[in-house]
Ligand binder design. Structure first.
Ligand SMILES: [Cu+2]
Length: 384
């Protein structure tokens, strides 16, 4: 966005770059175009995953076999989950909205490493295609579910390795996006924009980016370990080989709980921008919201055991992980109170974005008041 060259107004939807047509997309280093590339691909993959979900529901219309056998169903169940988690909700907010808006919001011309940003998209698309193709090639669709639980994922004769490689590649894409955002925020804020003058959506992306950079490698290594287990019969996880299946669950959820915050923190950041805009007054509790983002990201690292209550972990660790999980409600509540306080006394313009943001509170609150379920069940959170 350099308006100084010709002095004219350039809309946000015009882009830099020397190529025309399709190449202007495939070779672009423009953060807005890359954000849109992610958006278009996510929409396409969303339809793929939604169709799989519909087919699963059709199968469940009536008892017994309706349109597919159990193996096909398990395959669709797995690929649906992999697409929805790794190809849609993980990149949807950081890679689409983050890429598009982060440089604009902090007054930078682009992200710190535009070529690396494009490379992240190529990794994304390679991983995504790999994941979808795993359904059709080789030994048949992986049937482990998106969580790849061992020892079954080490033993299943289906294409589990393709899906593991797909998730590994997609993870790398996510790490590089996070790295790019961290460096962009540290080094490229506009002159005069100190840390505590930075808008709150970039702050949410900053907290998210640290999760992407620090937590994703753990699941990446874990997926490689499952591949090694399958190929080399090493015995990390399979009790028949002297391994420990619960170790896999720990490693998997050490990433996959923080991943929940990769999904939601940027969303919280977006509504944090919507409330003050449509209440026509400054955000209430800027500093509290900022630190609540960091606190959610930080505490989110220490709650993974709430996915494992039924895995045979000790009473003490169940108590510990339950307690820490409830602690996450504190910074979450701080956000909700500050959003409502922002609206209080404001000149409220009840346009569509604000309606969505208000719905966000109710949707989030519903999730939140159901958290006591985690005392009794291991799986409240495994859906996400
Ligand atoms: Cu969780």
């Amino acid at each position: 966005m350099d308006n100084s060259e010709n002095g004219s107004h350039i809309s946000y939807l015009e882009y830099k770059g020397k190529y025309k047509g399709l190449l202007s997309w495939l070779l672009t280093t423009d953060h807005k175009k890359i954000g849109l590339l992610y958006l278009y691909c996510i929409i396409v993959f969303f339809f793929v995953a939604a169709i799989l979900g519909l087919l699963m529901r059709v199968e469940l219309f009536s008892p017994g076999e309706t349109i597919m056998g159990p193996q096909t169903y398990n395959g669709m169940f797995t690929i649906h989950g992999i697409i929805m988690i790794f190809i849609i909700v993980i990149p949807a907010l950081p890679a689409v909205f983050g890429n598009f808006f982060l440089p604009i919001l902090i007054g930078a011309k682009d992200v710190a490493f535009p070529k690396l940003n494009l490379f992240s998209w190529y990794l994304y698309i390679i991983g995504a295609i790999f994941g979808v193709l795993s359904q059709f090639i080789g030994e048949g669709s992986p049937d482990t579910g998106w969580t790849f639980y061992v020892p079954y994922s080490a033993q299943s004769s289906t294409n589990v390795i393709y899906a593991l490689i797909a998730a590994f590649i997609l993870g790398f894409s996510s790490i590089l996006t996070g790295l790019n955002f961290i460096v962009t925020i540290h080094r490229m804020r506009a002159p005069g924009m100190g840390w505590f003058r930075m808008p709150l959506f970039p702050w949410a992306l900053y907290a998210t980016a640290w999760i992407q950079v620090l937590a994703t490698p753990i699941v990446g290594i874990t997926l490689l370990m499952v591949i090694a287990e399958r190929v080399l019969r090493i015995g990390f996880f399979d009790p028949a080989l002297g391994g420990d299946p619960v170790l896999f669950q720990h490693l998997f959820w050490i990433y996959s709980h923080p991943a929940v915050y990769i999904m939601i923190l940027p969303g919280m950041g977006i509504v944090t921008e919507i409330f003050p805009t449509f209440s026509q007054k400054p955000i209430f509790g800027y500093t509290a919201i900022l630190f609540s983002s960091l606190a959610i990201a930080f505490v989110g690292y220490f709650v993974w055991g709430h996915h494992m209550y039924t895995a045979g972990i000790s009473y003490g660790s169940r108590w510990f992980f339950s307690f820490l999980t409830f602690i996450v409600a504190v910074p979450s509540a701080i956000k909700v109170f500050n959003w409502i306080s922002t609206m209080y006394g404001g000149s409220i313009d009840l346009k569509l974005p604000l309606l969505y943001a208000i719905c966000f509170i109710f949707l989030f609150y519903d999730w939140w008041i159901h958290w006591p379920d985690t005392w009794f069940s291991s799986n409240r959170c495994t859906g996400t």
